[in-house]
Every structure is written in structure tokens, then in C-alpha cells.
Design a protein. Structure first.
Length: 275
């Protein structure tokens, strides 16, 4: 059961996109949505490079007035304003970074408190086990990031800034397709050709998986027998996410090899055949 928490997320920022064509121009840009975003329902999406790498992960909210609010990595917020402005072309849309707004998250009994202060709130669209997310006025609750990251990692949700950097990974490396972040049927989006080809032809070589053991730290190497698989990307409270070569993982497990970090055994919490 997820521990209750209410926290600001200082490494996230808020963008607003408003105007008569705010949704239509973004429909040809983002991996998922924004058509379908509605009050009380958030949507997970991303902006890719033309080569299919993740430039930023995004959580979209309806602003209650036909516009959109974006929960984005703070480090990439200004870049996203510039990119969206470029992709807007002549569309009737205004794109702004909203310093007066912030991102907050909650789980358990604290969700009701989150809902009382939020302008837009919804269950985390990536995994319900991660709690709720919301856009709220700046100056909200203090940060309780240990509890937030424990819920996020336990739910199997990689996040930019913790598990990968901009343009470092393909969307499938960090499970965006498994977390309802890519709509392969929506029509065009930036990087679609690469993403769709990997989806159709089974070109996924890496996945992010959940591990459990004491003493796990980001950067620790994970192995199956003598075969190196990859490294841990984030960890807390005995839970970790690791980005691994999924083909080598399956081969090692099929051969009966132990999964280890250093010489210590670790427990895999995901079914490799479901990845």
C-alpha cells in the first residue's frame, strides 16, 4: 500500500497553451493527445526528437477553459516553449511558462487535501499506484520527495531528471508505450517514423524494470550471471528502477542465472515476458 504524502515537485514546471488552435497544432507534435484531455483526467505524453529520442516527458491537464496545462521537467521548460512556438507555425495558440503555478503530487489520505488546492487534478496517468498529480498555485506544500519517489519507483514509473536526461533514450527504453504515453494510431507526431518502426518490428532492446534489495544505488551495474545487463537509474527504500538489455535479461533467466548487483542477489519485480 502506498504511503500517504503531499508534496510539491520543485523539479517540475508548468506551461500553458491557450487559444482556438491550441489542441489541433499539438495533435501533430506529441506522442499522445492532446485530443481527449478533459477535466479530471490527465494524459501522459512526450515530445521526441525526429530520431525518436525523448526530449521531455509531459503530463497534460485541461485548464477548465478549453486550454491546456503541461506538467514538464523544469530543466526543459524554456526549451519546450521555444519548440512549441516553432511547431505552432501560424496556429492561433499562446504558449507560456507559468511561474505562478506549480506541480504537486499526493497519495493516500492526502489526495483530498491536494484536490482542495488544485486548479487541475487527476490520478497519475502513467500508473494509478503512483498517486495523484495536480497543477496548483505556486507556494504550495513543502517537498516530501522521498515518499514521492518511493511511490513512483514502486509503481514502475521512470521520470526525466531521475532516470534519464533529454535526448538520451528512446521512449520504449523508459516504457512510455507501457505507461499509456504513446498512441501509435493517432496519426503523425515528431519522431513517429522511428517509434512506429520499433513498435512494428520488435526493435525494443532495452526496458526499465523494477528491482528490490537493500543497498541499491543509481549507477550500480546489474548482471545475470557473468552478463552485464545495464544499470540502476533511481532508487530509494530498497526499491529501484534499472534500464536493462531485455533480451540478455530473458536469456539469463532462462538459463537459470542469478540476477545480481555486484555479488548481491536482487529481486526482479516485473515479468520479463510482459515487457
Amino acid at each position: 500500500m502506498t504511503q500517504a504524502f503531499l508534496t510539491s515537485l520543485p523539479d517540475r514546471a508548468v506551461l500553458s497553451v491557450t487559444g482556438a488552435e491550441a489542441r489541433s497544432f499539438l495533435q501533430r507534435v506529441l506522442t499522445n493527445g492532446p485530443e481527449g484531455v478533459a477535466p479530471g483526467k490527465a494524459m501522459f505524453s512526450a515530445l521526441l526528437t525526429p530520431q525518436g529520442k525523448v526530449m521531455a516527458d509531459l503530463i497534460l491537464f485541461d485548464d477548465g477553459d478549453e486550454g491546456l496545462l503541461f506538467d514538464v521537467p523544469a530543466s526543459e521548460a524554456d526549451m519546450l516553449v521555444k519548440r512549441f512556438t516553432l511547431y505552432r507555425m501560424r496556429a492561433d495558440a499562446t504558449i507560456e511558462r507559468r511561474e505562478d503555478l506549480s506541480v504537486i503530487a499526493a497519495a493516500g489520505e492526502s489526495i483530498e487535501e491536494l484536490r482542495t488546492v488544485a486548479l487541475s487534478a487527476a490520478p497519475d496517468p502513467r500508473k494509478a499506484e503512483a498517486g495523484w498529480r495536480a497543477i496548483a498555485p505556486a507556494g504550495g506544500p513543502d517537498a516530501d520527495l522521498d515518499a514521492y519517489h518511493l511511490a513512483r519507483i514502486s509503481a514502475g514509473v521512470p521520470e526525466m531528471g531521475s532516470d534519464y536526461g533529454p535526448s538520451d533514450v528512446f521512449s520504449t527504453d523508459v516504457n512510455h508505450d507501457l505507461l499509456a504515453g504513446i498512441n501509435y494510431k493517432k496519426g503523425c507526431f515528431v519522431g513517429q517514423e522511428v517509434a512506429s518502426r520499433m513498435h512494428r518490428k520488435g526493435g525494443v532492446r532495452k526496458r526499465t524494470v523494477r528491482l528490490q534489495a537493500d543497498g541499491l544505488n543509481p549507477g550500480d551495474e546489474v548482471s545475470a550471471g557473468e552478463t552485464a545487463l545495464g544499470a540502476i537509474t533511481s532508487s530509494t527504500g530498497g526499491h529501484a528502477l534499472a534500464r536493462l538489455r531485455i533480451d540478455r535479461l530473458k536469456e539469463g533467466l532462462d538459463a537459470g542465472d542469478a540476477l545480481t548487483v555486484g555479488t548481491a542477489p536482487v529481486r526482479l519485480l516485473d515479468d520479463p515476458d510482459a515487457l
